[in-house]
Design a protein around this ligand. Structure first.
Ligand SMILES: *[C@@H]1O[C@H](CO)[C@@H](O)[C@H](O)[C@H]1NC(C)=O
Length: 432
């Protein structure tokens, strides 16, 4: 409080003006009283003004708001600690980045429900309708998961979170998703998937103890690989999109941080994840929307007139894979930025092992929605999408106990049920 030194400590040090002498003594003492109380109130006001911002710089305080309603720093810290506290001493303490995202929300809920402590981080960007992210946030808040609104590129913010909480794990699901959008906004892929990831690893490697990292890579790293099914050992040096290239870069960056700093890192290559609360930029989502509206949908076929196929993987199966990865992750070996020994480095496919042609996706949706789709079939443009994906999940099955059980028809039924209740306009809350 050194600022206070510049302010007169007592009003008595100020001599009243000479003019006061000509007033009657009663009037004089009244003036003195007015003067002294004015001075006292000014000092009090200045004191309060100096007290109101915390001694830390103002920007982190702004970041620690919850967005929809700005929460003061002290309250945020309370919410942060409460949210991150596991129910029992054996529970994990997990930072989930991208917590208001599709996979992030489901994973956060699953962790919280089984008793782990979860703190969310999300920047609520406008890549797709943020009202969907806010709706997910509401559900997480009800379950006791607090989301800090901020960017993984904000080192000061990450440092504050790591100072407030000793995370045992980081579930890093924040990313710039989408394959075709990379041609419109390449910078956002570099910003989130490369710079943001490095920033998170920097803060994680300096933590003491270091958390174990589990993060979302992508099946898109297989790119033009034509050997099926895709195995973790297959080549991943022919990405077909900038999105894929940034995810591949992430895998190499993970290797570096594991090698130099002893961070335990597990990468998960997700194969076309779908389900309730999914991303509106994905085909199954906007096909549903457009078929219901009677709008023509564009269906791609490969240049040789073959069908474009995807290994669609239901969200609940993916969540089990994520939790399996977290539970089998070994501790990082370094501390405070120093490596103490070799640490675990893993990569797993999380798919469904059954590629489905997009034409079949459309016919399943037609059946569930009881509406015939208006289709326009065009050749797959060379703008990032690959013709097919097909996961070999042997490794995840043996190491993580991963075992997907939902076929596309059953999963899409659940998606459509959620979609209709969420967008029906009724205020009735859809169940999980
Ligand atoms: C699947 O991957 C495993 C290694 O994880 C490998 O041993 C097996 O041969 C692969 N299966 C096929 C059909 O490629």
């Amino acid at each position: 409080m050194s600022h206070l030194d510049n302010i007169p400590s007592t009003p008595g040090k100020h001599k009243p003006d000479k003019a006061f002498r000509f007033h009657s003594s009663a009037a004089s003492s009244l003036s003195k009283l007015t003067l002294y109380s004015t001075l006292f109130l000014s000092v009090l006001l200045i004191f309060l003004l100096l007290l109101s911002p915390p001694s830390s710089p103002p920007s982190p305080r702004r970041h620690l708001s919850t967005g929809s309603h700005h929460t003061p720093l002290s309250l945020s810290h309370k919410l942060i600690r409460k949210s991150a506290r596991p129910r029992s001493t054996t529970g994990h303490t997990v930072l989930v980045t991208g917590a208001a995202g599709f996979v992030g929300t489901h994973v956060s809920l699953a962790l919280k429900r089984r008793g782990d402590g979860v703190l969310g981080l999300d920047n609520f960007n406008h890549y797709y309708d943020p009202t969907l992210k806010r709706a997910r946030q509401k559900i997480l808040e009800k379950a006791g998961v607090f989301i800090v609104e901020g960017d993984i590129n904000d080192k000061g913010l990450l440092q504050q979170l790591f100072d407030a909480v000793l995370f045992t794990h980081v579930m890093h699901l924040a990313a710039q998703a989408g394959v075709r959008y990379a041609m419109q906004n390449p910078g956002s892929y570099v910003h989130s998937n490369i710079a943001g990831f490095v920033n998170l690893l920097e803060v994680s490697k300096s933590a003491n103890p270091q958390p174990a990292i589990i993060w979302a890579s992508s099946s898109s790293v297989y790119g033009l690989n034509s050997k099926v099914p895709f195995s973790e050992k297959d080549r991943t040096d022919q990405p077909a999109s900038l999105y894929a290239a940034t995810k591949k870069a992430g895998e190499e960056i993970a290797h570096t941080y594991n090698h130099i700093y002893g961070l335990s890192i597990t990468g998960l290559r997700f194969f076309t994840v779908y389900g309730p609360w999914g991303r509106p930029d994905m085909a199954y989502f906007f096909f549903t929307k457009d078929i219901m509206k009677g709008k023509t949908i564009t269906v791609y076929e490969s240049p040789d007139k073959g069908s474009v196929a995807r290994d669609f993987t239901y969200i609940d199966d993916i969540v089990k894979g994520c939790l399996g990865a977290l539970d089998t992750a070994k501790k990082s070996t370094g501390s405070g930025g120093k490596k103490r020994g070799p640490a675990q480095l893993r990569i797993f496919n999380l798919g469904n092992t059954s590629p489905v042609p997009v034409s079949r996706l459309v016919s399943i949706l037609e059946k569930i929605l009881k509406v015939k789709a208006k289709k326009k079939v065009v050749p797959l443009p060379r703008n990032g999408d690959v013709e097919f994906t097909h996961a070999n999940i042997t490794l995840a099955m043996t190491e993580l106990g991963y075992n997907p059980t939902t076929d596309l028809e059953a999963g899409l039924k659940k998606f459509v049920r959620w979609y209709l209740s969420f967008y029906s306009g009724s205020k009735k809350k859809s169940s999980w």
